[in-house]
Design a protein around this ligand. Structure first.
Ligand code: NA7
Length: 534
């Protein structure tokens, strides 16, 4: 069997921001790298999510690589928050600048990765029939890369086009003169709805759970802001890396909790965050995700803004969330609530009366048919574990990762899994990942993995593997920290609660700075919690 496999020292799965930088680091270190990417080009989530209005919710001066000063000095962002096309151009710029595309085969999906214990090699197979055996296998598969399409009875009978926001046609979609239905009101929908509404004849929004949305206040990025950050980019990055989400250090923050201010001062603080726009609203006090009472003051502020903006009181009430704000990832918008004042937009509550079926004509909910010509599914992702579980990953003794994770993902540091030697995950479950600026977390993981591989090679070691005990302790620690917050109080995709049947486990690690300290300490202590062997 062995001779049918080509050889490389490392295989990287995915050519998003994680895979690209990993390929750069390993190539620089002198390893032969083979990369595979299911998409037709680089960019990962930004390659697929081309829906109207797709935009990053982290400010563009922060949402970029920091490993190369010349790169961060030369690249010019045009807006405060970069749109999908600009981020994709940036990914391509980086790939071309460091000549990274040569490491990847595109339009090639990895189907299986099997650890061959006798040879101490990972055997990787793809849907193109490629087979590569490699010492290291690195999963740079992204956190939001497998779309979630709920099972709607009759969906295949619908006579119009159906598009998922996470797999949007490259040529775009023309909604003019169409009656459009959109299912879901998460970040993707909240970005897309104002733009689709402006184009379509009619837009019907099917909402199961309302979300809090904060104005992004997006606009052109002034050259003055850009050059002041660039003048001290390293210090700017260092300040952000001390923040729980690795972002937003320069946003205006009060030193304490929300209830330490009186009602007037609190109102002023929320108002200034609201006017500034973006996540600053939610990090204005340090206890909004810990104290329910504090949280409610922020939630109430947003509900009052919704009631001010939305003219129809019934629609305003339907759009007003009751859960903890920030428990689901908060959305940033441009004109979202205002869109519901348009005469061509209808909000349908599918909480009380769920979608029963989809017919050739449209969507049936509450016994009523809502006729549409075209359907948009903004129904999110099988986040964090979905893509890994779709690959047949087998470790020692042929154990399947998806069996090991049947009750929820278990990892050590979100980087490795016991029983799966020399397999690394970038921004895996159990790491801060989606609770942070992803570009910062990605870089931290890639740097850690590159240093670990250099350590193994430098010491003539053949394998590194997380111990079951370290993994058990880590999983307990991740859960304990999440349990001290309000995150587990709602049905978010952080918990897998958006996918029917998915185990309810809080997947990301809360708190970037402590996490980094821990990763550094593990490495400094000779990879504590890992078994190293030759
Ligand atoms: P999200 O945030 O998971 O949103 C998905 C939406 O789809 C959400 O409103 C769901 O309602 C809704 N949904 C899912 N299944 C159904 C069914 N069966 N019926 C009705 N409505 C449904 O995904 P996004 O793509 O918007 O955003 C994902 C992340 O990307 C975001 O957090 C940013 O980090 C970027 P629910 O709330 O589950 O009731």
């Amino acid at each position: 069997m062995a001779e049918r496999f080509e050889r490389a020292e490392a295989v990287i799965v995915g050519a998003g921001f994680a895979g690209l930088y990993m390929a750069h680091r390993l190539h620089q270190a002198g390893l032969t790298v083979r990369g595979f990417e299911a998409g037709g080009d680089v960019g990962g989530t930004w390659y697929w999510n081309r829906y109207p209005g797709a935009r990053c919710d982290v400010e563009s001066m922060e949402y970029s690589y920091q490993f190369d000063d010349a790169l961060q000095q030369e690249w010019e962002w045009s807006e405060r928050y970069a749109g999908q096309p600009e981020i994709l151009r940036y990914a391509n710029h980086v790939a071309d600048r460091f000549d990274l595309k040569r490491h990847f085969a595109f339009n090639t999906r990895v189907t299986a990765a099997t650890f061959d214990e006798d040879a101490n090699l990972w055997r990787i197979e793809t849907d193109a029939g490629t087979r590569v055996a490699a010492h290291f296998c690195i999963m740079a598969t992204g956190c939001l890369s497998s779309t979630n399409t709920p099972h709607f009875k009759g969906l295949e009978s619908f006579r119009g086009d159906v598009h998922h926001t996470g797999k949007w046609p490259h040529e775009g979609v023309d909604f003019s003169d169409q009656r459009v239905g959109i299912i879901g009101t998460g970040s993707s929908a909240i970005q897309a709805i104002p733009i689709i509404a402006a184009q379509a004849r009619h837009l019907t929004v099917f909402q199961r759970t309302p979300n809090y949305s904060i104005p992004a206040r997006n606009g052109p990025l002034s050259p003055a802001v850009q050059s002041s950050v660039k003048a001290e980019y390293d210090a700017f990055r260092a300040r952000n890396s001390k923040m729980p989400g690795a972002l937003g250090a320069d946003m205006p923050m009060r030193p304490g909790g929300a209830l330490e201010d009186d009602a007037e001062a609190r109102q002023r603080q929320y108002e200034s965050g609201w006017q500034r726009g973006g996540f600053s609203f939610l990090i204005g006090y340090n206890d909004l995700l810990v104290s329910r009472e504090s949280n409610e003051t922020a939630a109430q502020f947003v509900r009052e803004r919704i009631a001010e903006v939305v003219e129809n009181p019934h629609t305003a009430a339907l759009l007003s969330p009751s859960n903890v704000i920030g428990c689901k990832r908060p959305c940033l918008d441009t004109g979202y609530y205002e869109t519901f004042n348009r005469p061509n937009v209808t909000l349908v509550d599918v909480r009380e009366a769920p979608i029963e079926e989809i017919t050739p004509e449209g969507v049936v909910a509450g016994g009523e048919t809502h006729a549409v010509d075209c359907l948009v599914l903004a129904t999110g992702f099988d986040a964090m574990t979905g893509t890994l579980n779709r690959i047949d990953i087998r470790g020692r003794g042929g154990e399947a990762l998806k069996d090991k994770w049947s009750a929820g993902p278990v990892t050590y540091l979100g980087l490795a899994v016991a029983g799966f030697p020399n397999l690394f995950m970038i921004s895996g479950p159990g790491s801060p990942s989606v609770l942070t600026n992803m570009l910062v977390s990605i870089q931290q993981h890639v740097d850690w993995i590159a240093a670990c591989i250099a350590h193994l090679r430098g010491h003539g070691l053949a394998a590194i593997e997380a111990t079951e005990q370290a993994q058990e302790e880590w999983v307990a620690h991740v859960n304990a920290i999440a349990g001290e917050t309000l995150y587990p109080t709602c049905n978010s995709w952080y918990l897998g609660a958006n996918v029917p049947g998915k185990p309810r486990v809080f997947m990301p690690y809360v708190g970037y700075p402590l996490y980094v300290e821990r990763c550094d300490a593990v490495a400094a202590q000779g990879y504590e919690g890992f078994a190293l062997s030759n």
